[in-house]
Design a protein around this ligand. Structure first.
Ligand SMILES: Nc1ncnc2c1ncn2[C@@H]1O[C@H](COP(=O)(O)OP(=O)(O)OP(=O)(O)O)[C@@H](O)[C@H]1O
Ligand SMILES: [Mg+2]
Length: 275
């Protein structure tokens, strides 16, 4: 059984069309799962339903063996942290320290333990030097790192990122990706990341592809990118590295399947040195 089990989940904003329509999937504990799909396909709605921020119309959501219902809502909200797209909408404190403290205060952490814990979380997102800064003065990437520290301070088992890097410049994107990967590797948290970043999708363990409120495909990145026809149907594209590999194979190069540019370049170098 996965740490997230979603069965026949439906939700509508307006009583007519279902924004999420009979969705079922499972997320393995400790995995890095990405959710992909075109605009309006229901990804954010699914994330908010799992985090207990929206109430389902029908179906079941089981998180960490607990059914998401009124009775378990508080416990589940503590187990699921969510970081959104816009770094400016996620601050509560007037300094970075206050902001990270907010989650801890909610957990009734004793005052004398607070500073140590805040410093630990700030250091995990490499923001120790900014603890006394005003969040509004930080760069987008720094703001998102503080938001991540604040969510981590709640002690979640699952971290959801809803396009958390999409408003950042390339450097900010890289910073956040590094922090997320480090958290995943070191603390073994389950990561569920909604993303249009195909590089991130290829390096994850598992992919859920959505289309018009429904699940269109699930599988490993290899399985998903092997089905180009289906991807086209749901208006998604193959990663550049996979397209390039296909073209090279068409031209007669003997290449093993590789999803990443690094893997492809490595094989090309090997072929070149054998010639
Ligand atoms: N607050 C809302 N009120 C009414 N309809 C909404 C609301 N939020 C989303 N919707 C509708 O629900 C559907 C799914 O939206 P959702 O935001 O979950 O999609 P998404 O896959 O996250 O899209 P994007 O990639 O643009 O973020 C869309 O048709 C959208 O217009
Ligand atoms: Mg969205």
């Amino acid at each position: 059984m996965g740490i997230i089990e979603v069965k026949n989940l439906s939700f509508s904003y307006d009583e007519e069309d279902n924004a999420v329509d009979d969705v079922s999937f499972s997320v393995e504990e400790g995995s890095y799962t990405t959710i992909i799909g075109h605009n309006g396909s229901g990804k954010s709605t699914v994330a908010k339903l799992i985090a207990g921020l929206l109430e389902k119309k029908s179906g079941t959501i089981v998180i960490d063996s607990m059914e998401l219902n009124e009775e378990n809502l508080k416990k589940i909200r503590n187990r699921v942290g969510i970081v959104f797209q816009n770094p400016d909408n996620q601050f509560i404190g007037s300094t970075v320290r206050d902001d990270i403290a907010f989650g801890l205060e909610n957990h009734c952490v004793p005052q004398n333990e607070m500073d140590g814990i805040i410093e630990e979380f700030a250091s995990r997102v490499r923001m120790t030097d900014y603890l006394n800064s005003e969040p509004t003065r930080l760069s987008g990437g720094q703001k998102q790192r503080v938001a991540i520290a604040g969510v981590l301070a709640m002690g979640p088992k699952i971290l959801i990122f809803d396009e958390a890097t999409s408003m950042l410049d390339p450097q900010g994107k890289d910073e956040i990706k590094k922090v997320i990967n480090q958290i995943h590797r070191k603390s073994g948290l389950t990561i569920l990341s909604i993303t249009h970043d195909i590089e991130e999708v290829t390096s994850g363990d598992y992919v859920i592809a959505m289309n018009d409120g429904k699940i269109a495909m699930t599988g490993t990145p290899e399985e998903i990118f092997a089905n180009e026809k289906k991807l086209k149907e749901i208006k998604l594209d193959l990663p550049f590295s996979v397209k390039l590999q296909k073209e090279l194979v068409k031209k007669g190069l003997k290449l093993e399947k590789s999803l990443t540019m690094e893997g492809l370049v490595e094989q090309l170098c090997r072929l070149n040195s054998n010639m």
